[in-house]
Design a protein around this ligand. Structure first.
Ligand code: NAP
Length: 267
C-alpha cells in the first residue's frame, strides 16, 4: 500500500474521540482498494479531543489535500456550526457526520446516520414503517435517526436521554418538522415497543451501564445498536438472553460507507 501513497494522495479522515475502536478506516480503505482508488485517496484515523477541536478544524481549512472526513463522536453537533454549507439533511438534524472539501476550499457538511441506520435495519429484514419505537440518546446519531424514523413513517417515537432537556429539544424539533407524529419523552410501563434503539455511546466500554434497563427490554421485540465496537454489546447480550431479536451497529456503518465515499468524491 505504501507505494500507492504519493504527493497527489487526498487525505480522508475519521475524526473522533476515542478513535482507536473505529472500523471506518479499514472498511473505507478496503472499498477504495476494490475500486482502484486507494492511493488517489486514503482514509486515516484522526484522534481529536473536544477541547482542541476548534483549532484542529481551522487547521483543516489550510490542508489543500484534505478530501473530506467522517465526523464521529463527540464532534457532530459542533461541526454543523463550523462548515461553510449544510445539506438539507444536516440542517434539519443540526449535526454533521461527513464533511467534503470542494475544489474552492469550501467545507460542506451532511448527515447520513439516519438513512444509514434505516437501510441497515431494512437490509436485515426489519421495517420501521408503522412501528412503535423507543430511542435512547439525543446526540448526533440519535437526532438523525429520529428524523429518519419520522420520515419513514414510524407509528410512535419515545425519546429517552441522560440529559432530559436534550431529549425535549429533539422532540420539539422533530414535532415541528413532522407535526402529525406521535412522539413523547415518557416511558409508560405497560407500553410495548417494536424496536428499541441504543443511540448513546453506552456499550463501548465493558463496564458501561445498560442504556436500556433490563425491565424495559422485556417490553421490546427487537433491540438495535448504534455502537459498533464491541459488535456484541452488553445490551445486545442482555436482549439475546431475554430471547429478543437483536441488530448490531455494523449494518448501519456498512450502509453508510458508499454514501460517505460518494459524498467525498471517492467514487
Ligand atoms: N453504527 C454506526 O454507523 C454509527 C454511526 C454513528 C454513531 N454511532 C455510535 O453511536 C453512539 C453515539 O454517537 P453520537 O455521534 O450520537 O454521539 P454524541 O452526539 O456525542 O451523543 C452521545 C449520546 O450518548 C449519551 N451519553 C454519553 N455518555 C453517556 C453516559 N455515560 N450515560 C448515558 N448517556 C450517555 C449522550 O447523552 P447526553 O445528551 O446526556 O450527553 C448523548 O445522547 C456512539 O457509540 C457512536 O460510535 C454508530
Amino acid at each position: 500500500m505504501h507505494a500507492l501513497i504519493t504527493g497527489n494522495t487526498k487525505i480522508l479522515g475519521v475524526i473522533a474521540d476515542p478513535v482507536s475502536q473505529a472500523r471506518t478506516p479499514a472498511m473505507a480503505n478496503a472499498l477504495l482498494q476494490e475500486r482502484g482508488l486507494l492511493g488517489s485517496f486514503v482514509m486515516l484515523p484522526m484522534h481529536v479531543p473536544a477541547e482542541g477541536y476548534l483549532s484542529f478544524f481551522a487547521g483543516l481549512r489550510t490542508l489543500n489535500n484534505f478530501g473530506g472526513a467522517v465526523v464521529s463522536m463527540p464532534h457532530k453537533i459542533v461541526t454543523a456550526r463550523l462548515v461553510d454549507e449544510l445539506t438539507p439533511e444536516a440542517r434539519l438534524v443540526g449535526a454533521v457526520n461527513a464533511v467534503r472539501r470542494n475544489s474552492d476550499g469550501r467545507l460542506i457538511g451532511t448527515m447520513l446516520d439516519g438513512e444509514g441506520f434505516i437501510s441497515g435495519l431494512v437490509s436485515a429484514g426489519h421495517c420501521v414503517t408503522g412501528a412503535h419505537i423507543l430511542l435512547v440518546g439525543a446526540g448526533g446519531a440519535a437526532s438523525a435517526i429520529a428524523f429518519a424514523l419520522a420520515k419513514h413513517g414510524c407509528a410512535s417515537l419515545c425519546i429517552q436521554n441522560r440529559t432530559p432537556e436534550t431529549a425535549s429539544a429533539l422532540l420539539a424539533r422533530v414535532s415541528h418538522a413532522y407535526p402529525q407524529m406521535e412522539i413523547s419523552t415518557e416511558v409508560y410501563s405497560n407500553w410495548h415497543y417494536d424496536i428499541a434503539i441504543n443511540a448513546t455511546s453506552l456499550g463501548m466500554k465493558s463496564d458501561d451501564e445498560l442504556p436500556i434497563a433490563k425491565r424495559l427490554i422485556r417490553h421490546c421485540d427487537l433491540v438495535a445498536e448504534c455502537v459498533i465496537a464491541p459488535e456484541m454489546t452488553n445490551l445486545l447480550q442482555e436482549a439475546a438472553n431475554q430471547g429478543k431479536a437483536i441488530h448490531t451497529g455494523v449494518p448501519m456503518l456498512a450502509a453508510q460507507m458508499n454514501l460517505m465515499l460518494a459524498f467525498m468524491g471517492a467514487e
